[in-house]
Write a protein that binds this ligand. Structure first.
Ligand SMILES: *[C@@H]1O[C@H](CO)[C@@H](O)[C@H](O)[C@H]1NC(C)=O
Ligand SMILES: *[C@@H]1O[C@H](CO)[C@@H](O)[C@H](O)[C@H]1NC(C)=O
Length: 316
């Protein structure tokens, strides 16, 4: 569709020289995880890998502060709603992204990118891939802070002591996606981010959230089989774990899906929802795995199906 529009532009402009639009992969936007920074070596190598797999890919790494230390600090402290609003305006001003882009979110960056899609999505995300994200929240906080990592330790102790106070909900990032199924009432009452973005509050469900998420071309969720950092790891798939019985309820069997509060069922019905699993601990990603995923999902060859809009034609 995009290519047609651009081709007709060439025609109507009556360009004398034969213009051959060059096909370029869709841009890629990355949102890093807790304790990471937008310009870390790891994030850069992911961007480089995406460019090796699909040469010409424009890559943008989301930041909340251009200062690297402040950006890392913002993964622990801040208001997620405000952070997403900042990212909405950041992405809307990048010309390369204006026709849409693919996005990958690492750990908490995954549910925050989903927040971007549900709240703004302008420009729109085509394919969203999340890695070990906490879509259904965390029921415990087990980040391993180094003894010298004051920021991590402060966030961790605030979270464990008084997670539902407005003070903590307004400041400590992981507290805003804390969700213990055994204590849902407190969560529904106090959660500053997740209960809203997951449309879990009766009478306060926002249809735009569902429409926007359902507008994705593909939503891929990867869970790490041996993840012990995210409790429960099943959160990466929107699944719920009864920690007493060990019983796992997949998203298809949850009200969130059955009543389609956020558009997941619509995606599922269209076969645009994928649940992947990989051996390994939280965020243990090999170049091989990333290469395979990038080939399969970011380049357009999606399970052998043709996704028309995977490339945008640009004039060089
Ligand atoms: C629903 O979400 C959209 C997108 O964030 C927002 O513009 C709108 O105000 C929200 N509606 C309500 C009733 O909160
Ligand atoms: C977990 O299972 C136990 C035992 O069946 C049950 O009492 C409890 O309500 C379950 N928790 C949730 C959140 O469903």
């Amino acid at each position: 569709m995009i290519s047609l529009a651009i081709v007709s532009l060439f025609v109507s402009a009556g360009v004398g020289v034969v213009a051959t639009p060059t096909r370029r992969p869709l841009p890629l936007v990355i949102w890093h995880g807790l304790g990471d920074r937008y310009d870390s070596a790891g994030i850069k190598s992911v961007g480089n890998l995406a460019q090796e797999v699909h040469p010409g890919t424009f890559v943008h790494s989301i930041y909340l502060d251009e200062d690297s230390d402040a950006d890392r600090s913002a993964t622990f402290f801040g208001q997620v709603d405000e952070q997403i609003a900042t990212v909405c305006s950041q992405l809307s001003t990048i010309p390369e992204l204006s026709s849409g882009f693919n996005a990958i979110g690492f750990s908490q960056g995954g549910q925050f990118l989903r927040g971007y899609v549900q709240r703004c999505n302008s420009p729109p995300v085509k394919t969203l891939i999340t890695f070990g994200s906490q879509h259904n929240g965390i029921a415990d906080f087990l980040a391993e802070c180094k003894p010298t990592d004051f920021i991590c330790r402060t966030a961790s102790s605030a979270l464990l002591s008084s997670k539902w106070t407005p003070w903590v909900q307004n400041r400590v990032v992981p507290a805003q996606y804390f969700r213990d199924p055994e204590d849902l009432d407190a969560y529904l009452e106090h959660s500053a981010f997740l209960a809203d973005i997951n449309n879990e509050r009766p009478g306060k469900r926002n249809k735009t959230y569902a429409d926007n998420l359902a507008s994705l071309e593909r939503f891929v969720m990867l869970m790490f089989e041996d993840d012990t950092t995210v409790v429960p790891k099943e959160s990466a798939w929107f699944a719920e774990l009864n920690r007493t019985t060990g019983e796992r309820t997949l998203v298809e069997d949850r009200e969130l899906y059955k009543q389609d509060w956020i558009g997941l069922k619509e995606l599922g019905d269209r076969k645009q929802l994928e649940f992947l699993t990989t051996p390994g601990r939280h965020m243990e990603l090999s170049d091989e795995l990333l290469t395979d995923l990038f080939k399969k999902y970011l380049g357009g060859k999606v399970s052998g199906e043709k996704v028309e809009s995977w490339v945008q034609d640009v004039e060089l």
